[in-house]
Design a protein around this ligand. Structure first.
Ligand code: GLA
Length: 723
């Protein structure tokens, strides 16, 4: 199985001070340091702004018990702590032995420091159980990658009951605030904030998938010191698409720490002698430029390290998707009619969504049978694809390979292939069951069906969906005590399939979708090119979700379609221009039924798509400034994307509703070059009449621009360009 860590192209310097026994990583703007104390434990020493190279960090102090109840290991900021020796806080690792012992006390054993980072080997005090702690830091962003590998060198099996990639300790302070993302289907990406008090906050998924209830991302800021543009922020994200958990706690003496890894709920992974278990990577960063600075670092890290084809991931084409137009009623003539219309708009990729395969006329049948439905496509997909290609577009297809309907040939042939407990009911979600990808035969079947589809058809893109969470997480073919391996092996096999498809079809692009934003994390992002963040396509609801999304993930993967008004979710009516401006904050798509459009709609869409292409590089690859947040009932929202060379900036401003004769607030831009002169052009809406035709970056940032908006659901888009 593939290693879970992504190598950095340029790692930060890693050094070991052998006198003080201090390890240190220095990236741009960030220093991370930890040391070996006299008891052989690893203590965190610094995670925050950069220190000077000649600053000497003092050795880790002797760890002391607080009392007979609270021993040293529970009140000391340790890098990775085993459940043992009376530990009272969240362990990084808990194991059990066949003789009933459940005690693990990890001590420093050895280390290697290389150009790629640091590996510290820890060993249990009494048994041959080893843990390698891996540290690497991306030089340009100072983002640290931490993971762990446990190795069983004893003569019998051990069971891993709980395992984190890392524990990270923040500097001791009392005014921390935690921010994280929660959601549900069609309402993902709500930003939450709460003070960090003594006790534990648990962010998690127990569902076998990333989930939208919580996303595996968090940021910790300091109350009163941190705002959008200024002040310290510690942030992290777990690169794992299965069940996961991140705990944030403050121990009884007030040390704040974050522990992230496999979800210990229902977990158990037996290792035979010689076997290892590797964790996913927890990426952790620091910015002193507020929440905006933290997310810009994350975005830069994603495009330069995480995404396929990093550091130069391809720009997202403008796509058309058939789902909201036709749902399951796809057929050759209907799709060709849509494709012809889409092509006139400047759409670059035509994607046929659900309904093209098996007996798929609704969501009760067909999943698992990845063969073309010949009633809808009598000559296969060939004629549609040739037509789409002839119109100058790429062709993309929806698939949901991990699922099966009871009413399918696959389920009739292999009822044992789904995740299930023996002789127990099999709960369905959206009338479907989850295939057990942890099984090799299932993994191979999925790869084979997709491979056939891709080999026989000119398909540039797959929208890979996953429309339910797990239930009855059993693996009956395995021994009872090994069935919980499903939580790890399923996701590793999923990653393997993605990697193998990409290897066989290097030009293939993939979108991660799970009924919307149910599978968004840095693990899946490494193997997919774009993300469907939510099924909710209402442009106002989207503004808030896009804002939440942007705290953790880059706009350059965030698909946003323009669909029908009134919107199916909430019956809200908005203008086509407003819908386009909302979607242009991410990767633009169109998902409306073009058969219902009038010539004026085509003209508007054509103009907006052309405008989008002129700013696409800036929106998808540039730096995002959230100038006015739509969160918390705000009537306005404003974002600015600034290109990497600072020569272009795209401003989007929205007014949700006017209630009185509002004045027009001034918008002060950020991130421009103060000395460059910029002119502006309007994509939609108008700047105030007395706005100068050109002015310096300093003028736009320090004086600003007024863009009058009046009425409900009003929006404008202005592009600034260096002259
Ligand atoms: C999910 C996706 C939608 C669409 C449908 C098809 O809900 O999020 O975009 O593809 O499945 O059934």
């Amino acid at each position: 199985m593939a290693a879970l860590a992504v190598p950095f192209r340029s790692s930060a310097s890693a050094v070991f001070d052998s006198a003080a026994k201090v390890f240190r990583l220095d990236g741009d703007g960030v220093t991370y340091a930890f040391g070996v104390d006299s008891a052989g434990q690893l203590q965190s020493l610094h995670w925050g702004g950069a220190l000077q190279a000649d600053d000497v960090l003092p050795a880790a102090p002797k760890a002391a018990d607080y009392s007979g109840f609270d021993r040293a290991n529970s009140v000391t900021p340790l890098e990775y702590v085993g459940f043992g020796g009376g530990l009272a806080i969240e362990p990084s690792l808990k194991v059990s032995y066949p003789n009933g012992v459940r005690d693990l006390v990890l001590k420093y054993a050895s280390h290697t420091v290389s150009a790629d980072g640091i590996v510290v080997r820890m060993k249990d005090v009494s048994t041959e159980v080893y843990v390698d702690l891996r540290y690497a830091m991306d030089k340009a962003t100072g983002i640290l990658a931490r993971s762990a590998v446990v190795e069983n060198k004893t003569r019998s099996w051990i069971r891993v009951d709980q395992m984190a990639a890392a524990t990270l300790n923040l500097p001791f302070a009392e005014d921390y605030e935690l921010q994280y993302l929660t959601g549900r289907w069609a309402a993902e990406w709500t930003l939450q904030k709460r003070p960090l008090e003594v006790g534990e906050t648990v962010l998690e998924s127990r569902m076998g998938m990333t989930g939208s209830q919580n996303n595996p991302w968090l940021a910790i800021s300091r109350e009163g010191l941190t705002d959008e543009e200024d002040g310290p922020v510690w942030f992290g994200a777990l690169a794992w698409s299965g069940s996961w958990r991140i705990t944030v706690d403050k121990d009884i003496v007030g040390h704040p720490r974050v522990t992230a890894g496999y979800n210990p709920f229902d977990f158990g992974y037996r290792l035979k002698p010689g076997e290892t278990l590797e964790t996913p990577v927890f990426y952790a960063g620091y910015s002193d430029k507020g929440m905006g600075g933290a997310s810009r670092l994350m975005h830069r890290f994603q495009r330069s390290v995480i995404l396929p084809n990093a550091p130069t991931p391809k720009l997202r084409p403008v796509l058309y998707n058939s789902w909201e137009a036709t749902e399951f009623a796809v057929d050759e003539a209907g799709q060709i009619a849509l494709a012809e219309k889409a092509a006139t708009l400047g759409v670059e990729r035509f994607v046929m969504d659900d309904g093209w395969f098996g007996k798929r006329n609704n969501d009760r049948a067909g999943l698992g049978d990845w063969v073309v439905n010949t009633e809808k496509f009598p000559k296969g997909l060939g004629p549609l694809i040739s037509k789409v290609r002839g119109l100058g577009m790429e062709f993309g297809l929806w698939v949901e390979p991990e699922m099966v309907n009871a009413d399918s040939d696959l389920y009739r042939a292999h009822p044992d292939w789904v995740i299930n407990f023996k002789d127990r009911p099999r709960s369905e979600g959206r009338n479907q069951m989850v295939l057990n990808l942890a099984r090799k035969d299932v993994r191979d079947y999925i790869l084979k069906s997709l491979d056939l589809l891709l080999r026989e058809n000119d398909i540039a893109f797959l929208k890979w969906d996953h429309n339910r969470s797990w239930s009855e997480p059993g693996w009956p073919e395995m021994a009872a005590e090994d069935q919980q391996k499903i939580y790890v092996d399923y996701t590793k096999n999923l990653y393997w399939i993605f990697a193998e498809l990409r290897r066989r079809y290097p030009k293939l692009e993939i979108e991660s979708c799970a009924g919307g934003g149910g599978r968004v994390d840095l693990g899946i992002m490494h193997l997919t090119d774009q993300i469907w963040p939510t099924d909710n396509t209402d442009p106002l609801d989207r503004l808030k979700m896009q804002d939440g999304f942007s705290h953790a993930y880059m706009p350059g993967v965030m698909m946003a379609w323009v669909t029908a008004s009134p919107n199916w979710v909430n019956k809200r009516s908005t203008s086509l221009e407003y819908r386009f401006l909302s979607s242009m904050q991410g990767c633009l798509g169109v998902g409306d039924n073009l058969n219902h459009w009038v010539p004026e709609d085509f003209a508007t869409a054509k103009r907006m798509i052309e405008a989008y292409k002129s700013i696409r590089q800036t929106v998808q690859r540039g730096d995002l400034y959230r100038l006015v947040s739509p969160q918390g009932g705000s009537e306005r929202s404003v974002t600015l994307s600034v290109s990497e060379d600072k020569r272009q900036a795209a401003l989007f401003t929205f007014l949700h509703s006017s209630s009185t004769f509002d004045a027009t607030p001034i918008i002060q831009l950020r991130g421009l070059d103060p000395e460059l002169r910029y002119g502006f052009r309007e994509i939609a809406g108008k700047a105030d009449t007395d706005t100068p035709a050109t002015a310096s970056g300093a003028y736009w940032m320090n004086h600003g621009i007024r863009v009058p908006l009046r009425g409900d659901f009003q929006a404008a888009g202005i592009v600034f360009e260096a002259v």
